[in-house]
Design a protein around this ligand. Structure first.
Ligand code: CP
Length: 292
């Protein structure tokens, strides 16, 4: 892969290769990069997991991580994203990992930029590395995607994680259902109640209510959302044997999930974060090796 921009831009074969390499890293494999590659992480929106996970992954495969702090960069003087990335390319970066509030910000960079771009989240667009780590987590659990029943619950309209996962999981043969209020279903078909989804799903994937993106609609409250759509203790008891709970995090405890369920036996929420390092090692290695 030259870039990782969206899940449409990755083939099933490329996904398979990333998951296989991630498993090798998890089993202790080391990366043998042929030269000193330079990588910078450009986060123009807040992040805990993705930023530190990428930086950890880059260091573990032996790349050199060049510090970049968006809040102390010339972006504050009005420099465009294109000029910032072109500048880093001119300094010698091989790859840049970018999170940005603008949907498909990378389209601005595709013409005239040679540095590899890894999308770490574009507005309400996509979050492909999160999707890859979610796929890895699901595959490790079930050994397949074909025929799995996966329910995504929450604000699909603002969720880049949901969009990447719906595209990837459906293409890999999973049955993906969505449960959410009408206001959050965007262009997707959705259930507006849990119906029989708790009893039939292999994976319940919860989405964060994105208060920072003004996700609330008229009549919305955290309490009413939790009562109707949240994963309560009662709902968790209706889940089938072997079914798992996922959430990309950060979690609004007591809103999309009861706080006591965040680390319950079914939950893979912190396992997803752990898996993310191996998956990002595989992604960054794949992209850097492609530059030789
Ligand atoms: N899941 C995720 O993208 O988390 P961060 O915003 O902390 O990176």
């Amino acid at each position: 892969m030259k870039n990782l921009l969206s899940m449409e831009s990755v083939s099933n074969e490329e996904i398979e290769a990333i998951l296989k390499r991630a498993a090798e890293f998890e089993a202790g494999a080391k990366s043998q990069l042929e030269r000193d590659y330079l990588v910078a992480n450009l986060f123009f929106e807040p992040s805990t997991r993705t930023k530190t996970s990428f930086e950890t992954a880059e260091r573990r495969i032996g790349a050199t991580v060049i510090p970049f702090e968006a809040g102390f960069s010339s972006t504050l003087k009005g420099e465009t994203l294109y000029d910032t990335v072109k500048t880093l390319e001119s300094i010698g970066m091989d790859a840049v990992v970018i999170r940005h509030k603008k949907d498909a910000y990378y389209e601005e960079l595709l013409e005239g930029i040679n540095v590899s771009i890894i999308n770490a989240g574009d507005g309400a667009g996509q979050h492909p590395s999160q999707s890859m780590l979610d796929l890895y987590t699901i595959f490790k659990e079930f050994g397949k995607f074909e025929g799995l029943n996966i329910t995504i619950a929450g604000d699909v309209s603002h969720s880049r994680v949901a969009k990447s996962n719906i595209i990837a999981l459906r293409r890999l043969g999973a049955n993906v259902n969505i449960v959410c209020p009408t206001q959050w279903q965007a262009e997707f078909e959705a259930h507006h109640d849990w119906d029989d989804l708790l009893e039939t799903s292999d994976v319940i994937m919860l989405l964060r209510v994105q208060h920072e993106r003004d996700a609330a609609f008229e009549g919305y409250s955290d309490e009413s959302y939790h009562t109707r759509y949240g994963l309560t203790k009662e709902r968790e008891k209706r889940m089938k044997d072997g079914a798992i709970i996922m959430h990309p995090a950060p979690v609004n405890r007591g809103v999309e999930i009861d706080s006591s369920l965040v680390e319950c036996e079914r939950s893979r929420i912190f396992k997803q974060i752990e898996n993310g390092v191996f998956v990002r090692m595989a992604i960054v290695e794949n992209i850097l090796k492609g530059r030789n």
